[in-house]
Design a protein around this ligand. Structure first.
Ligand SMILES: [Zn+2]
Length: 79
């Protein structure tokens, strides 16, 4: 799978990358949600570079653990 195929699995929209907040609004995808005690649910968004970095890490971890690598946004509950 190449970079573009992985990026195509995500939905892209303007937002703030959780690793690069100082860059301001960039094209980002939701990579997870956090649940701060105070205010319900917050989306965690990442820019293209960070999504690719995270996918690389997941692929390496899966290879090390001998499990299947499934690119794309983390699924919540069942499909
Ligand atoms: Zn980023």
């Amino acid at each position: 799978m190449d970079r573009q195929q992985i990026l195509d699995l995500y939905q892209w929209d303007d937002g703030i990358c959780f690793r690069h907040p100082s860059r301001g609004p960039v094209v980002t995808a939701v990579v997870g949600t956090i649940h701060p005690r105070a205010d319900g649910e917050k989306e965690v968004r990442a820019c293209r570079d960070c999504v690719i970095t995270m996918e690389d890490i997941r692929r390496e971890n899966a290879a090390r653990a001998g499990s299947d690598y499934q690119p794309g946004p983390a699924r919540q509950g069942q499909d």
